[in-house]
Design a protein around this ligand. Structure first.
Ligand SMILES: [Zn+2]
Length: 121
């Protein structure tokens, strides 16, 4: 691989990641990328199917996203993996995008449950 190819593929990877984030379906809960929009964007950027596949594989290997593919290896779906952090009180994994205040009630219940289980031991 020469230098040009390295630069190109990094550009492709960054662009694919950018577009995937921009195409997330806000109307549904979750992190599903709207594939028609994503495909159109890839076409207008003139990325080849191979480049897109490689970029997605690169991102998937680093758990930025998860891809679904059919038996021919065509990518049929993309789901982003949201950044997560662990609540230090109840040890639950939380999403950095969600409002932490929504977790308070649940967290207190979890802590009571943990406390109860501890007492039973
Ligand atoms: Zn918590």
């Amino acid at each position: 691989m020469n230098n040009d190819e390295v630069v190109l593929s990094r550009f492709v990877v960054n662009k694919v990641w950018e577009v995937a984030q921009a195409c997330v379906d806000d109307s549904r809960k979750g992190w599903h990328v709207m594939m028609p929009d994503f495909g159109d964007a890839m076409d207008s950027l003139e990325f080849t199917a191979k480049e897109v596949r490689e970029a997605l594989a690169f991102l998937e290997a680093r758990t930025y996203l998860i891809t679904l593919s059919d038996e021919d290896g065509h990518v049929t779906g993309i789901s982003l993996v949201p950044p997560r952090f662990r609540c230090e009180f109840c040890k639950m994994w939380l999403n950095t995008q969600s409002n932490p205040e929504n977790h308070i009630d649940f967290c207190l219940r979890q802590q009571r449950k943990i406390e109860r289980n501890r007492n039973l031991l």
